[in-house]
Design a protein around this ligand. Structure first.
Ligand SMILES: O=C[C@H](O)COP(=O)(O)O
Length: 233
């Protein structure tokens, strides 16, 4: 399992650069679950860190009309939320156009929100079908309403394992996020996603507050312990 941490600024990227994580994600939590940071932040962080981490960029929600044309060339991947797309016939086309506006080398992440009804996003099976059609490399299961608990309150371990298997069946990576905390790590270990994505667990208070090194160290200890146990099994 790889660990991805969402940061909102060059300063937070600098902090995470001191820790053994696998991926960095640029996201502004005040702008929503997949809120975008500024283009200036992309252009500051991606060139500085891309040789050390795969750096992904969150672009916000598809229906808000995000722009991927300024995504830096060295960006690992882009992701966008599909809230409000349930029942719309043209969201796959809108998604394709967005992906195509990014540099060709940037890989594509398709996102399914676990609080699907609240988010009004397409069903998991629909996201999977479109993701396959659009050559996405990763499927991320995340939460839209960050106040409704963790992803594990919304989907059972067995549902998430089935989702992971369905994602692997189309040769994509399975990424899991949604307010995952230290106490959730045993369940996460059982689900065994390819990528575990966190922000809240690294922050001083809620996910909109700043990243706190004490929290980072605590989470990483637990994560790497559970990871070692997994590797020995
Ligand atoms: O991509 C990962 C998300 O930023 C996770 O954030 P969260 O742990 O606050 O849900």
């Amino acid at each position: 399992m790889q660990l991805l941490v969402s940061v909102r600024s060059a300063d937070e990227a600098q902090i995470m650069g001191r820790y053994p994580i696998d991926r960095l994600d640029l996201k502004e939590p005040l702008h929503g679950s997949l809120g975008a940071t500024s283009v200036d932040t992309w252009q500051d962080v991606v060139p500085t860190w891309h040789e050390r981490f795969g750096v992904s960029i969150a672009l916000g929600e598809l229906l808000d009309g995000p722009d991927a044309s300024y995504v830096p060339q060295q960006t690992d991947s882009i992701k966008v939320g599909l809230s409000g797309c349930r029942g719309l016939s043209d969201w796959p086309d809108q998604l394709r156009l967005l992906y195509e506006s990014a540099p060709e080398s940037v890989s594509r992440v398709a996102v399914y929100y676990a609080d699907q009804q609240y988010a009004g996003c397409p069903l998991f099976e629909e996201v999977l079908e479109v993701a396959q059609h659009l050559a996405c490399e990763t499927i991320l299961v995340d939460t839209f309403g960050k106040l409704t608990g963790t992803v594990l309150n919304l989907l059972s371990e067995s549902e998430l394992i089935s989702m992971r298997n369905a994602v692997h069946a189309i040769n994509c990576q399975f990424a899991l996020a949604g307010s995952i905390q230290i106490d959730d790590l045993p369940a996460v270990k059982t689900i065994h996603p390819d990528i575990v994505a966190v922000r809240s667990a690294m922050c001083l208070a809620d996910r909109s507050s700043q990243i706190c090194e004490q929290q980072v160290a605590k989470f990483l200890n637990s994560f790497h312990e559970s990871h070692v146990v997994t590797a020995q099994q």
